[in-house]
Write a protein that binds this ligand. Structure first.
Ligand code: ZN
Length: 307
């Protein structure tokens, strides 16, 4: 190749790469070539069977090429400060952190590190009993908004039939609880939210606990879905929040109260919402599709039946 031609060729190549880069930058949707979102699942203590449920949460994310998942397991309960000294998750390495943890308080350094991570734009996902954890950690309570706490802890939120949020102040009404496990309909309350777009207005969830009377600062909640807690299953006769998100400085915290047992987590509805919520808190967009096997208003769907 002549020298001038060589330089022209190089220039063309760089221009081509530049245009390609620009196209990638302005591309509004994620593509298969997008790097996977790194997710960190935290477990190690829970009054639920985390050894059984963490693998389900992991596979629920990893069945989409969108995610690459690591798991960090805390020391067991009752371990010394020395054991805890090794538990130092590096949150900043991840697009999202998913808590399957409900146990003793983390060391203060880990608490501060999570606060900083979310405040700087990180994504946090809270699944079921993870909202039971850390009643004395005030920033955590702001992140989750509502937790499994007594009526004397803070306010409670329910939804009226028309979707209006009803606030019940502390010491009024029931504290945290749940009736007997059963299948129940989940009602979409924000059809325009990217996580909920394309999800049916109402869909039947598999057997699970239906949490009621959750308490906390109850500030800045964006309620995405509710479930009616019927008296016939020892509930409150109210529409209880099931799925919501809260902005925390530059970050987002996404909570689902669904997911008591491994069988509950095998619901295609649960899995879809967890995957889409995780993608959304990490990137602000949702590309994980709503599968054809998604439950309907009258029919549950779990991964075993769907596969
Ligand atoms: Zn439970």
């Amino acid at each position: 190749m002549h020298r001038t031609e060589f330089f022209q060729s190089i220039t063309r190549t760089w221009t081509g790469l530049g245009i390609l880069g620009l196209l990638l930058l302005i591309s509004p949707v994620a593509t298969a070539s997008d790097p996977a979102i790194r997710v960190l699942i935290i477990d190690g203590q829970n009054n639920h069977d985390w050894r059984k449920t963490t693998p389900i949460l992991k596979s629920c994310l990893e069945k989409s090429a969108r995610f690459q998942v690591d798991v960090i397991t805390s020391p067991e309960g009752g371990k010394s400060a020395e054991d805890w000294a090794e538990f130092r998750p590096v949150f900043a390495n991840y697009g999202a952190v998913l808590s399957n943890y409900n146990g003793q308080p983390w060391p203060e350094a880990v608490q501060k590190s999570l606060e900083k991570y979310v405040a700087n734009g990180g994504g946090l996902v809270i699944v079921h009993a993870a909202n039971n954890a850390f009643p004395d950690w005030s920033e955590y309570n702001k992140m989750i908004g509502l937790g499994w706490r007594g009526a004397d802890y803070g306010a409670r939120l329910t939804l009226a039939q028309d979707g209006k949020v009803v606030r019940t102040e502390k010491n009024q009404g029931p504290g945290a609880g749940h009736g007997s496990q059963h299948e129940f309909p989940v009602v979409t309350r924000d059809v325009n939210h990217p996580v909920m777009a394309g999800i049916p207005a109402e869909w039947l969830h598999v057997q699970d606990e239906l949490y009621h009377g959750q308490r906390g600062p109850a500030a800045n909640l964006n309620i995405l879905a509710t479930a009616f807690s019927a008296k016939s299953t020892s509930g409150t006769e109210e529409h209880e929040p099931m799925v919501w998100w809260i902005p925390y400085s530059k970050g987002k915290v996404f909570t689902t109260l669904l997911g008591h047992g491994d069988y509950s987590m095998k619901c295609v509805g649960f899995q879809t919402i967890v995957a889409r919520g995780t993608e959304w808190v990490a990137t602000g967009t949702v590309t994980v599709p709503v599968p054809k096997t998604f439950p309907t208003a009258i029919k549950t769907s779990s991964i075993e039946a769907a596969n």
